[in-house]
Design a protein around this ligand. Structure first.
Ligand code: GLC
Length: 751
């Protein structure tokens, strides 16, 4: 053998272990299915059902150490636990995993799941705030940060992103999603899946995503959580499914089905949804987990006469894993033995669960690289807090700024920070705050105090409660306001007023907060209202009488620093509303991508679609948000003006910064199918770009809109691009746009 060949051989022998170490710890490429086959061949029916079972155990604390109960540990040893949720921490999860892989018969690792929705311990703004950035790349980084922290603590699986489109702000879970638009919602869904899952699930910093709640959970009648969703298949496919389809095509490894029914069939038992669409049309090969006890709830829905029947309906429809209803561990074995459920059905579900565990690399590294050392390095690091601050300030929407009240001067003599949420450190975390802690939060008061100039006096008074009629605190707050040069008034909702099971019948500020705002405004001082809330609020009096209004949502651990950055002009606000603000709850549902009807609303015409006691328009429209500078958006130019069903049209527009301060603007492109075989929305968001401009700078911004983006569900429920005229609207919110038209010739079938 030549010398060169010998050297090469030696190198290869030495290099292999090194290369192997650089590989993700997952299973060797390919061969996962074969490894599943060989494992399943050894499994008993009970062990298979164990993989389809998830528990949220009570973790017993003793002497600072937490542990599972002996009964739970016995289930682990018997191979009857496929996954735990709400068990976190490298030490505890490693301890449980060690039991599973050393003391159970087949040593199948457990998946640990948690609701990491907008951060693990470094809590970012609620998703409605994240969506207000209109910056998917930024939100991908936030999700990546959440994964770094969660995986350090032993989490393999997050029950997120929540991608439910919401058009009804009475629904408390509007806080957890990306608002009313399928296009923005789809981009945010993909950003979170990619951020959570990283480049390879087997990397120790990756955790598997779980887009939820499949599907149309946000369409609940009356905005009442868990309520009936009765929508057409066309609305389901055009409004509620797109973010899920995008998330699946981005590689999401799991899906969570929703509590609600859709037109008579609960999602948990909806085969058309969970199998025909999810797997048949979209090619999803991961697994579906129920939402909490949604399998058992099939009985309350009235479609199952027993827990056993519920189990049969759910597994047959395509719900693979049972979270907490105990239906599968209690009844599935008997259902198989009696022939009610084919063992093949169980096998298919088990295969899908094992596939995700293999892709996570858990059979090669059951601990997925978690450790106390990683927790200490990753969790709440300075870099993570810095990112949280940037996301938070970019999530803030400037709703009004009359007479350039904002930004406030840092050398103001006296600033009064008042209101029931000014000092709060719990509420800014928002709902679903995972492992967030109040002591980590910078309150608005903290932030203003830290950022104000050394000679500025910052006064504080709470003034009133979030939800009370008490006025005892008014006078101290009015006194503080009277002594100040400017007032920062922090009002809104508590974090428990949105999120799950938190539907409100009113959209007004809770309690007597509006009276309090009026009393403070009566001092005549310049007032800046900062809203901390989880849903659009109907604030017409504030919108009319208060000179400056910031919608801050629940901005997370860096709340105070982010609000102060915007208030003092360190950051020029660039957020845009991902959801319409109604004038009153009576306008709901109100959303920008509505149909025209045969009698489009016209305030001048009685017999048109409108209310006789309210203007037609919302308080603030979808896509709305101001800046400390002024932007001008020109008329859109299209090339070409005629395309086929497989072409694209280029839309371009000039954007200028007419003010004296640098800033960012979100140029938005909407399209209307002017005439189609079915009615179409008056506008649909198809593209957007956030553009940074220096004072006086002008840029030409271009967008490529492929014809397939114009696809719709035909009368026959086929996805098609129909020929005809289309109008393009371009502007800086959904209401103020300039338009031009183009034509599609020929059309095309998409599905
Ligand atoms: C809840 C929520 C769901 C969450 C799950 C686990 O009921 O509906 O979003 O992921 O239970 O906490």
């Amino acid at each position: 053998m030549s010398r060169l060949l010998r050297i090469l051989l030696v190198f290869l022998i030495l290099a292999v272990p090194f290369v192997a170490r650089c590989q993700p710890t997952g299973s060797p490429a390919g061969g996962i299915e074969r490894r599943i086959d060989s494992l399943m061949a050894k499994m008993t029916l009970e062990e298979k059902i164990g993989q389809l079972t998830q528990y949220s155990p009570t973790v017993e604390q003793s002497g600072g150490k937490s542990a599972l109960s002996p009964a739970q540990l016995a289930l682990v040893r018997e191979g009857k636990v496929g996954s735990y949720l709400n068990v976190t921490g490298a030490t505890l999860t490693r301890e449980i995993q060690r039991t599973a892989i050393t003391e159970s018969r087949l040593k199948i690792p457990i998946m640990f799941g948690l609701d990491v929705i907008h951060g693990f311990r470094t809590v970012f703004p609620i998703p409605l705030g994240e969506a207000s950035t209109w910056e998917p790349d930024l939100i991908r980084k936030a999700a990546r940060t959440a994964a770094l922290e969660a995986t350090a603590a032993g989490i393999h699986w997050t029950f997120g992103p929540m991608v439910d489109i919401a058009r009804d702000p009475r629904w408390g879970r509007i806080a957890e999603g990306s608002g009313e638009d399928p296009y923005l919602g789809s981009l945010m869904a993909v950003a979170c899946v990619q951020g959570f899952q990283g480049d390879d699930l087997a990397l120790t910093t990756s955790m598997v995503a779980c887009p939820k709640h499949f599907a149309a959970y946000g369409g609940a009648e009356g905005g009442r959580d868990y309520n009936v969703v009765d929508i057409s298949e066309r609305t389901l496919r055009e409004i509620y499914l797109p973010p899920f389809e995008s998330a699946v095509r981005a590689g999401a490894g799991t899906i969570m089905c929703s509590f609600n029914e859709i037109a008579g069939t609960p999602s948990t038992a909806n085969r058309q949804l969970l199998t025909d669409i999810l797997r048949g049309e979209w090619g999803f090969d991961g697994f579906v987990v129920s939402d909490w006890g949604s399998i058992g709830e099939l009985q309350a829905h009235g479609v199952a006469s027993s827990l056993a029947e519920a189990a049969s309906l759910a597994i047959t429809a395509g719900t693979d894993m049972d979270m907490e209803s105990k239906a599968y561990p209690t009844h599935l074995a008997d259902l198989v033995k009696s022939g009610t459920v084919a063992e093949r059905t169980v096998d298919d579900a088990v295969r899908r669960v094992l596939r995700i565990k293999y892709r996570l690399g858990l059979f090669d590294d059951p601990y997925h690289g978690c450790s106390v050392e990683r927790e200490q390095t990753e969790i709440l690091s300075a870099a993570h807090r810095a990112l949280a601050r940037d996301v938070a300030r970019r999530s803030i929407v400037l709703l009004k700024n009359a007479s350039n009240t904002l930004p406030l001067r840092k050398d103001s003599r006296t600033i009064a920070v008042i209101g029931p949420l000014a000092e709060s450190r719990k509420d800014p975390l928002g709902p679903w705050d995972a492992m967030g802690r109040s002591e980590d939060v910078v309150s608005v008061l903290d932030g203003i105090r830290k950022s104000a100039g050394p000679r500025t006096t910052v006064l504080y008074a709470k003034g009133c409660e979030i939800d009370s009629t008490a006025t005892a605190g008014f006078s101290a707050a009015i006194d503080a306001a009277s002594r100040a040069d400017a007032v920062v008034l922090v009002v809104g909702e508590s974090s428990s007023m949105s999120g799950e099971a938190a539907s409100r019948s009113s959209l007004a500020l809770p309690g007597n907060q509006e009276d309090f705002v009026k009393a403070v405004a009566a001092t005549g001082k310049p007032v800046v209202v900062v809203l901390l809330n989880g849903r659009p609020l109907a604030i017409p009096w504030i919108a009319e009488h208060i000179p400056a209004i910031l919608e801050a949502w629940f901005p997370g651990v860096e709340t105070g620093n982010a609000v102060a950055d915007v208030i003092f002009g360190e950051y020029n606000p660039s957020g845009k509303l991902p959801v319409t603000f109604p004038r009153t709850v009576g306008q709901v549902p109100i959303y920008y991508n509505h149909k025209n009807t045969g009698r489009p609303g016209d305030a001048r015409e009685r017999f048109t679609s409108r209310y006789i006691d309210l203007p037609l328009t919302p308080l603030f429209p979808f896509g709305y948000g101001l800046s400390y500078t002024t932007f001008a958006c020109g008329k859109p130019v299209l090339t070409p003006s005629e395309i086929t069903g497989s072409d694209s049209v280029i839309v371009s527009v000039e954007l200028s910064n007419r003010g004296d301060r640098a800033g960012e603007e979100v140029v938005q492109v909407y399209v209307r199918d002017d005439v189609a075989s079915v009615t179409r929305p008056v506008k649909e968001l198809k593209a957007f770009q956030k553009v940074a401009l220096k004072p006086g700078e002008t840029k030409r911004v271009s967008f490529t809109i492929p014809a397939r983006a114009l696809a719709m569900e035909s009368r026959e429920m086929k996805r098609v691009v129909e020929p005809g005229s289309f109008t393009v609207f371009v502007g800086t919110n959904s209401d103020e746009t300039q338009s031009t038209t183009f034509t599609v010739v020929g059309g095309a079938a998409v599905r």
